[in-house]
Design a binder for this molecule. Structure first.
Ligand SMILES: Cc1cc2nc3c(=O)[nH]c(=O)nc-3n(C[C@H](O)[C@H](O)[C@H](O)COP(=O)(O)OP(=O)(O)OC[C@H]3O[C@@H](n4cnc5c(N)ncnc54)[C@H](O)[C@@H]3O)c2cc1C
Ligand code: SF4
Ligand code: SF4
Ligand code: SF4
Length: 749
């Protein structure tokens, strides 16, 4: 990542120079190379002042910038992120920059990023034997000078000061603003510091010097905010006229000395937070970088669908994992002939592959059924008969009623609400056990897709072995046994990698049952699927929505013999995090992990009851409360999600599959007669193809018609947010032990 720190080095301003230095050093510590862009904001007509360039080259990796950020976009486009270290610079940059060219960020109080000892190498080497007061006045008013004089007399201290143009004060030594080295030397050995500059006060804090910050109007002092934030407001002296009592001065300094340990701790904590912020800035900036591929999209947009790789006629694209473990395309420029086919198919450009909902053809039949079906409800019909446009509207929240529900942002927080419900049920024997309706089937009378159902597999065993209501196994059986087709799904290989695979027998397909909560490896699968389709074989392709979109984009035409089944998906977790977690389990329990069932329902399907079972090669299985497990919890809380999940194109009614399946969270409220805590699925039928296959297997299920509002009340309707926690997790991921790290981010540990 190319990082530029923008600084105007023409003026020898302590704040700009030292903050820039601190920022560059902090980045070095974080193993980032940065370059200081020495930039002048002085118009060339005014003539540029010559700065102390030699010193600049000694201090930083420095490049000469153009004279105006505002009219030289090309030069600055060389960097991926631009940082500014001081408030003073930020003010200049804000007014002088073309924002769209420069992703510029300001990290306030950068000076505190480094410790005192980091500045020592810059200081002039000289021994000082006398005690002195160091004074730095930016605006030396008469009042401030008088106050200084009063102090010097009372305390019998010598003075070292910056040049203030006042000869009344006899300085032991004076230094110029032009000499940072001297300033650092005098600061290091000073007895006490008096200043009207917030920045110098911060430096005094860093050097653990008793200090007073004089300010007639506290709020005007730059960085006075930090003193308040650190709980040091008492060291800001705002009324100089009442400060002629030396005991006030003494007690202020005593406050400082008595609490020095505490202040040290606060600064340390503040520094830690600042470093975290810096790290997050860099991480977020890295997501804004373009993938190294002609698809011309940003990392944060790339869902890793592999369509670009698979479609490239010259095999010029490889999918490579980054340090978070997510794959991105990387082009071999020698092989690429710039045909731009990859760009054409990229699901993040104009090709999301989402379905345009059509009108259903077989309305007559359904209308008949409707008459016979007293459970039907007109409001439901209205809802599920949305045309594509209205459905889209809903997803973009223009519809007020939906918007209200959308305000429940965290799906999983909601889920936990109804865990309480289960508990109550368990502890309260008087509660009603809902009787199953004998004939709950409700053939949809929706006029157009999607049709929404709540579904339970009639075979309890199948349902118990599935994550949700057990739709998938019946689909598989129908495709393999009756259509003699193929099923593509995700299984764990012998090393517990989640991999996409093709099954042609029920035995093979059984390995797909159960959700594997990690992104899978499906490299090369699209080409294999195409071969089967071209041969006229029926293929049931089951995947996450973005992956299914990738397949459709790669195929570039509709096949009648392809059935796409997607699961609702809020976040795709990093395969590298999963790998490291499995390694942790293996080393902790001294046995190879053979299988993980994230959704064992022996104690129930609701999140509070759900069990995670880890099977080992030579020890008994480990049974954990899934909700509290460090890995599972991180998945649920979106802490290990792919960045692109925050811009997922496949939420709510934006579907790719002929069929969409998920958990029908909240079924106990919506359709209590269907709830038995063994798992119920949402089924969305999105196309005629999907409806045809559903009609073939529907007699294997108990199901009731639902609607989008009901089905998504407790499921996500919007993409996740990349939280600070998530970004911090990945900042620390490479360096720290995985289970302890996951545990630290587990709010239910
Ligand atoms: C990463 C992920 C996130 C999910 N997020 C949600 C959510 O937010 N809300 C919700 O309601 N449901 C979500 N689900 C879906 C849910 O967990 C169930 O998988 C789904 O309800 C189907 O259940 P089932 O019992 O019918 O079938 P299952 O037996 O669970 O099998 C479903 C199918 O999913 C496929 N599959 C399993 N793991 C993966 C994987 N890692 N990548 C691609 N395909 C896979 C299998 O091949 C199988 O074909 C998610 C699933 C995954 C894998
Ligand atoms: S532009 Fe063409 S040749 Fe180059 S990577 Fe894309 S598909 Fe392959
Ligand atoms: S979104 Fe898919 S097609 Fe687009 S760059 Fe990423 S992997 Fe390639
Ligand atoms: S949330 Fe969207 S982008 Fe992320 S893995 Fe799931 S379908 Fe793909």
């Amino acid at each position: 990542m190319k990082i530029g720190i923008v600084a105007d080095l023409n003026d020898m301003n302590l704040d700009v120079w030292l903050s820039t230095y601190a920022l560059q050093e902090a980045l070095k510590e974080m193993e980032h190379i940065s370059v200081v862009i020495h930039h002048s904001f002085i118009n060339s007509e005014d003539g540029e002042k010559l700065g102390p360039k030699e010193l600049a080259y000694e201090f930083y990796n420095v490049v000469e910038g153009s004279s105006q950020l505002s009219n030289d976009a090309g030069y600055y486009n060389l960097f991926d992120i631009y940082l500014v270290a001081s408030e003073r610079m930020w003010q200049k940059v804000k007014d002088n920059t073309i924002k769209e060219y420069y992703p510029i960020h300001y990290l306030r109080d950068s000076i505190l990023l480094m410790q005192q000892k980091n500045y020592h190498p810059l200081a002039k080497k000289k021994s000082i034997n006398e005690d002195y007061l160091l004074c730095y006045y930016e605006t030396p008013s008469k009042e401030k000078l008088e106050f200084l004089k009063f102090l010097l007399d009372k305390k019998s201290l010598k003075l070292v000061s910056n040049q203030m143009g006042n000869n009344e004060l006899k300085s032991l030594q004076s230094y110029t603003d032009q000499d940072i080295r001297e300033f650092l030397l005098y600061l290091r050995h000073a007895k006490v510091v008096i200043t009207d500059s917030g920045f110098i006060a911060s430096m005094a804090l860093l050097y653990e010097k008793p200090f007073l910050l004089l300010s007639e109007k506290t709020q005007e002092v730059l960085a006075a905010g930090i003193l308040k934030e650190l709980g040091l407001s008492s060291l800001i002296l705002s009324d100089l006229s009442t400060s002629r009592d030396i005991s006030i001065y003494n007690s202020l300094l005593e406050t400082y000395e008595n609490n020095q340990r505490e202040f040290r701790k606060r600064i340390k904590d503040f520094r830690k937070e600042q470093k975290k912020k810096l790290s997050q800035l860099i991480r977020l900036a890295s997501y804004e970088m373009y993938v190294d591929c002609p698809t011309d999209i940003k990392k944060i947009e790339c869902c890793g669908c592999t369509a670009c790789r698979e479609v490239c006629p010259y095999n010029a694209i490889e999918m490579k994992p980054d340090e978070e473990g997510f794959i991105y395309p990387v082009v071999d420029h020698d092989k690429c002939v710039k045909c731009m086919l990859c760009k054409k198919v990229c699901v993040k450009r104009e090709n999301p592959q989402t379905i345009t909902y059509e009108k259903r053809e077989n309305q007559q039949t359904n209308n008949n059924v409707k008459k016979e079906n007293p459970q039907t409800d007109t409001s439901v019909r209205k809802e599920s008969s949305q045309t594509n446009t209205s459905a889209r509207k809903e997803s973009s929240q223009t519809n007020t009623s939906v918007r209200k529900e959308n305000s429940q942002t965290n799906t999983y927080a909601k889920k936990e609400n109804f865990q309480t419900f289960t508990n109550e049920k368990k502890e309260n024997p008087q509660t009603i056990t809902y009787a199953k309706k004998e004939n709950s089937q409700a053939i949809s009378h929706a006029e157009s897709y999607p049709i929404v159902y709540a579904v339970n597999n009639k075979k309890l065993k199948v349902r118990t072995n599935s994550s949700s209501g057990g739709i998938f196994p019946e689909l598989v059986q129908y495709v393999i046994e009756e259509l003699e087709g193929y099923v593509v799904g995700v299984k764990f290989d012998n090393d517990m990698n989640a991999v996409s695979s093709i099954a042609h027998t029920m035995e093979e397909a059984k390995e797909f049952y159960g959700a594997k909560y990690t992104k899978s490896d499906f490299t090369g699968m699209f080409r294999n699927v195409k071969k089967l389709l071209d041969k006229g074989e029926t293929v049931l392709y089951s995947a996450l929505p973005c992956e299914a979109a990738g397949l459709r984009a790669f195929l570039r035409k509709r096949y009648d013999n392809l059935i796409v089944s997607e699961v609702l998906c809020h976040a795709g977790p990093s395969p590298l995090v999963f790998r490291r977690y499995v390694q942790y389990l293996e080393s902790r329990f001294h046995s190879k992990v053979k299988k993980i069932n994230f959704r064992d329902k022996s104690k129930g399907w609701l999140a509070l009851d759900n069990t995670m079972v880890v099977e080992f090669a030579n020890r008994e299985p480990l049974k954990l409360r899934a909700r509290r497990n460090n890995y599972y919890r991180s998945f649920i809380k979106d802490n290990i999600a792919r960045p692109a999940c925050s811009q997922c194109s496949f939420v709510y009614t934006n579907r790719v599959g002929d069929l969409t399946m998920g958990d029908f969270w909240g079924i106990q409220y919506a359709k209590p007669e269907m709830f038995d805590n063994k798992g119920t699925s949402i089924l969305m039928i999105n196309t005629k193809n999907g409806e045809n296959i559903w009609n073939k297997i529907s007699n294997r299920f108990e199901y009731e018609e639902s609607n989008l509002t009901e089905a998504f009340r407790y499921n996500h309707k919007k993409p996740i947010k990349l939280t600070e926690k998530r970004n911090e997790f990945f900042d620390r991921f490479e360096k720290e032990e995985i289970n302890s790290l996951l545990q630290e981010f587990n709010d239910l540990k």
